[in-house]
Design a protein around this ligand. Structure first.
Ligand code: ZN
Length: 456
């Protein structure tokens, strides 16, 4: 990251997401970290003489972290589908139009796969667009070896302004990685394991698919979709258990695509067998999507094991009309974010960008008002969360999924100065007001990476 800023004192309404001190008046930033947060007098007293003070209209929050954004692929798509001067709104519209046209469209439209230079260009292109939406970090949830090279090269060049947690994707079941042994051999060739890296680029858990897609009726469900159709299982329970045990022994967490109730339960069985909570929890294992009928018992087990629920309200929102046809009255309980929170699990919100909507303001609103595309009435109002809980899952929860609790996701002394200024207060505004909020400024490590212009 370029040169560090000098000491600066910010005066604003600050929602810290620190449960011990949720509200503050001022924040002192020295270099890339927060030196003090709290009442103005106390923060002033901690500031070096001559510190620049700035009074901001609006509310300061920790920077948003998307716990599930294919950021590099979004960048490749942005290079192809948007004009160089496009803003975040144009970028969002282009991505969503493309995703709706063909969700399985390749990320690269040309004949040749992207070069490393293309990948660095993609990262450079997408970062400012994401900063404009208030993002200071992402978890990229399925990073091939080529994508990992792209991130590492961007980091080497000093081109990362977004904090990236890369989840290596061994592509289990493909020609290159036909089985668990091949996947383990591939992982052994990656320099490092889960948690290794620095504040800008860190290795996350690996990505594995356990079941199919909910929208295709292929999530693995305990109660069948219809007849005796329980959905699609993409890896056997025995093979997955072998993979999980070997990964956890060698320092790799697992983030597992597990949409349906049976997938969620069987993944938890494997985690439980692979190690004690003290061994599993630090690796930030994740249940990814987990939106179709996870049992109360599964949610409680995940909380006990320290397994994170990485949830994407955008997927439920996008697929609601189709799911309603398949599920009938069972639809009311899709995307049970409330139940996950109440079970005591860490919920990390994300989007599955660029394939689904990824504006964090919209996703928080979706989780809060349960209004979904193509469905007239709110769906399952008892699964609604508050706007503030949504913001917490996009900051504190997603930071935990980023192996960065204690560094990010809250505004506390000693933590990285990653913050965003918005024009509404999530503790007081409605879902609709949060959806319409303006992002006024985004700061990563004390350095401004986005500032709204008067007319934007
Ligand atoms: Zn995804």
């Amino acid at each position: 990251m370029p040169e560090q800023a000098a000491a600066r004192l910010v005066i604003a309404t600050i929602r810290t997401m620190d449960p011990a001190h949720p509200l503050a008046e001022a924040m002192l930033v020295v270099g890339d970290r927060i030196a003090a947060v709290g009442p103005l007098d106390a923060v002033r007293a901690a500031a070096p003489a001559g510190t620049h003070e700035e009074r901001l209209e609006g509310v300061v929050l920790p920077g948003f972290i998307d716990a599930h954004a294919h950021a590099q692929r979004a960048g490749l798509k942005a290079l192809q589908l948007t004009e160089p001067g496009a803003d975040a709104e144009g970028f969002l519209a282009a991505m969503l139009a493309d995703g709706d046209a063909d969700p399985d469209a390749p990320d690269w439209l040309g004949d040749e796969p992207p070069t490393i230079d293309d990948r660095v260009a993609a990262i450079r292109r997408v970062q400012p667009l994401l900063h404009e939406l208030g993002f200071t970090g992402v978890v990229d949830p399925a990073v091939t070896l080529e994508e990992l090279d792209g991130y590492r090269e961007a980091h080497r060049l000093g081109a990362l302004s977004m904090r990236v947690v890369a989840m290596p994707y061994p592509e289990l079941g493909t020609e290159r990685t036909p089985d668990v042994d091949a996947a383990l051999a591939l992982l052994a060739g990656i320099d490092g394991a889960t948690g290794d890296g620095d504040d800008l680029l860190r290795l996350g858990p690996i990505k594995v698919y356990y079941d199919g897609e909910g929208m295709k009726g292929q999530a693995l469900l305990e109660r069948p979709w219809a007849g005796d159709d329980h959905g699609v299982q993409r890896v056997s329970a025995a093979e997955f258990a072998r993979l999980a045990a070997a990964c956890i022994r060698s320092g790799w967490g697992l983030g597992v695509h597990a949409v349906g109730s049976r997938a969620v339960a069987e993944v938890l069985d494997a985690f439980e067998a692979a190690g004690s909570p003290a061994e599993v929890e630090p690796l930030r294992c994740q249940l990814i999507h987990a939106y179709l009928e996870p049992s109360a018992e599964s949610m409680a087990r995940a909380a006990r094991l320290g397994v994170i629920a990485s949830l994407q309200p955008s997927i439920v929102w996008s697929n609601a009309a189709g799911l309603a046809v398949r599920l009938g009255e069972r639809m009311e309980q899709v995307g049970p974010v409330r139940a996950w929170l109440d079970a005591g699990a860490t919920v990390a919100l994300g989007s599955d960008a660029p394939y689904f909507p990824f504006d964090p303001r919209h996703l928080v609103a979706m989780a809060a008002d349960r209004r979904m595309r193509g469905v007239a009435e709110p769906v399952g109002a008892d699964q609604a969360i508050t706007v503030l809980e949504g913001v917490e899952a996009y900051t504190r929860g997603a930071a935990r999924a980023s192996l960065a609790e204690g560094e990010r996701g809250e505004l506390r002394a000693g933590m990285l100065a990653d913050w965003v200024l918005v024009d509404v207060d999530p503790a007081e505004c409605s879902a609709g007001e949060f959806r319409a909020a303006r992002v006024l400024r985004t700061v990563v490590g004390g350095r401004e990476v986005f500032r709204a212009t008067a007319d934007s």
